[in-house]
Design a protein around this ligand. Sequence first.
Ligand code: SF4
Length: 528
Amino acid sequence: MEQTRQAVHLAATVCPFCGVGCGLVVEGENAFPLRYHPITQGSLSIRGWSTGELSRSPLRVKGASVRSPNGSPQPIEISQAIELIVERLQSLRDRYGSEVIGILGSARLTNEENRLIRQLAVALGTPHLDSFQRLGYLPINSVGLGSLEEASTINVLAVDLAHRFPQVFKRVSEALKRGTIVRFFDSRQVQLARMVTGHVRPLPGQELSTFIGTGKEGHGTQNSEEVVLVSSEIALQGQGVKAVEGLQGHKVMFLTDYVNQKGMIDAGVRPFPNGASAYEMLQRALTGDLKALLIFADDPFEFFPELATQAFSQIDFIVVVDSVETQGMKYAHVILPGALLAEKEGTFTNFEGRVQTLEPVTSPSAGLTERQILEGILRLLGETPEVSESEPFSVNSTSIEPDNPTEERPFIVSLDSGTFWNNHALAKASITVWREMRRPFVDFPDGYVIVNPEDARELGIRMFAPVRVESADGEVTLPANIDERAARGTLLVPMFLWEKVGKALGALQFDSSLKIPIFRPTAVKIVK
Ligand code: SF4
């Protein structure tokens, strides 16, 4: 990156969105792709192009505040806010013990900041450390983008590449043009499905076993020139541990959702052996066992708005540190301003394990980065801030079996992560990305369920008509969005509804190996 920066005379940073890690330069409100960057190679997706908009977003947090007795935020000096945080944490710890404190780190922060967050958990004596941005992460050593150029076959398992990872979609499209065989194992009729050499459409939740089955039939899936491409989508449907085990010996490309998801986890921001996961911390709050929550650039409301609303109203002391406004700030007792990646120094690690160095394009809106805030808290706690290494992340083996359709419930409802970015704090803070994310709500303000057009015709379901979906455990009614994206016999629920629909149908379950909630593909029937 150093060479490139000198060539363009602008500070180089990275796109703050997905874990592919495109390198770019920012000039005012404009971002430009680096031509000679190994990943970017002169192109960005719409999210990358909008990076510059974040610095002047009206949603930037510009100063510290504390909640007054009437609930309104009152400005306070950052140093006073840090003192207040340390006092309150020490007092809660003295009264109830360290285990009432939980900490959420972030894949939007640097490696160094995440190591300090882990040090803070150790200093406070709490095992409850995690991030909602860990959801779906698998401890797989990913091969790099370059391996797509050498591959004779690329197998894409359950990833909507065009929506989720446009830069990788571009590389796979180029491989197709070169004559590489590309097989897509996914029930959805998405953009990639129309281009590939072979589209295999297993039931949702069975992509991995179907792929492994084709290997056993002699299609040579362990060929060293084959690459298997997966993402969090496989883990969020309950196939995570099976993927870690079943893909051993394959060249796997594991695409991470957030810019520094891999770096955050390598830095040790994940539950300690006896600690609660991010999701379990919210549950502990409901029972009064979690009394303080420190949130660094994360927002439980992006994923679990119902649970977070209940939990946050029970927690005695909530601190949110973020560069942009989040929903969690409405409940925070102390808010501190963070900095964007483009405003800080440090390193981050993309999905390939490539560690890239950041240099500030501009100064933080309130003058401090999360690193400086963390160092301030640690010093008041009597700690010397240090960025130490943590042990590797591994998983135990427990498997979650997918549901199969039955005569009584002939459909499988599953998660569609095409709307993954809809609730993301940075996506909301950039007008261009927000516009793109907002699109589905224009027609479907309350959400939708995607029904295959032939299924809809047979059942006499019209566009926008309410559809009642019933599982063995419950039911939910949503407007029909008739689209060939859903295969026959399947229904797709957008990611932003996964808590509501998952709870209603009994599909929201907990993967105790990965310590994450998942949406298990579930057999249902449609009642008009
Ligand atoms: S592919 Fe990912 S890293 Fe690259 S520009 Fe798009 S969102 Fe940013």
